[in-house]
Design a protein around this ligand. Structure first.
Ligand SMILES: [Zn+2]
Length: 179
């Protein structure tokens, strides 16, 4: 992994930091340390009554033009399931209550942003809805909404390897708890 992306001390403004490790920078002037920690993000796996998975063709980098799952970074003071419901609504038009999302696991992802590849922790949630009639591509987020039978999703064609992992986790989870 590349060194931490910090160039100045947040505490005293000193401009030369020591790299202690891939996740820690330390200020030699005041001793203040800054850390890279995973950024939590919520990811939605939504199926309709015919076991089709809600996917969006991404309209921005990373993963421009590829299929991805709805989701995004969790806002301050927001629960992961609420973030999942909010992001799914904002990105696809599918409006489900936070209580309709069930936690199924996590995946370690990486997200290039502002010159640094940040580690993220994708928190995966499953939900069911009758159909995707309300789904529509949202400008700047997706060029189209695609519903693919869960069994037919080609993992290698997804925008992120971790979205493939997420689909595999859902398949495994449903094998035990096919609600
Ligand atoms: Zn300092």
């Amino acid at each position: 992994m590349s060194p931490p992306p910090f160039h100045f001390c947040y505490h005293c403004g000193h401009h030369k930091l020591e790299t202690v490790s891939y996740r820690q920078s330390r200020c030699p002037a005041c001793g203040y340390s800054q850390f890279v920690t995973p950024i939590p993000a919520a990811v939605a796996l939504v199926l309709d009554s015919e076991d089709r998975l809600l996917l969006m063709r991404r309209a921005h980098e990373p993963g421009f033009g590829k299929l991805g799952l709805p989701g995004g970074v969790i806002d301050p003071a927001e629960s992961a399931e609420l973030a999942c419901a909010r992001e799914t609504l904002e990105e696809t038009g599918i409006n489900l209550p936070a209580s309709g999302y069930t936690y199924i696991g996590t995946c370690c992802n990486r997200y290039p942003f502002q010159g640094y590849t940040w580690p993220t922790l994708d928190i995966l949630f499953f939900a069911r809805t009758e159909n995707f009639d309300a789904a529509h591509a949202v400008d700047g987020e997706a060029s189209e909404i695609v519903a693919v039978p869960l069994a037919e999703v080609v993992l290698e064609e997804l925008a992120f390897p971790t979205h493939g992992e997420a689909v595999e986790k859902l398949r495994a989870w449903l094998a035990y708890d096919p609600r």
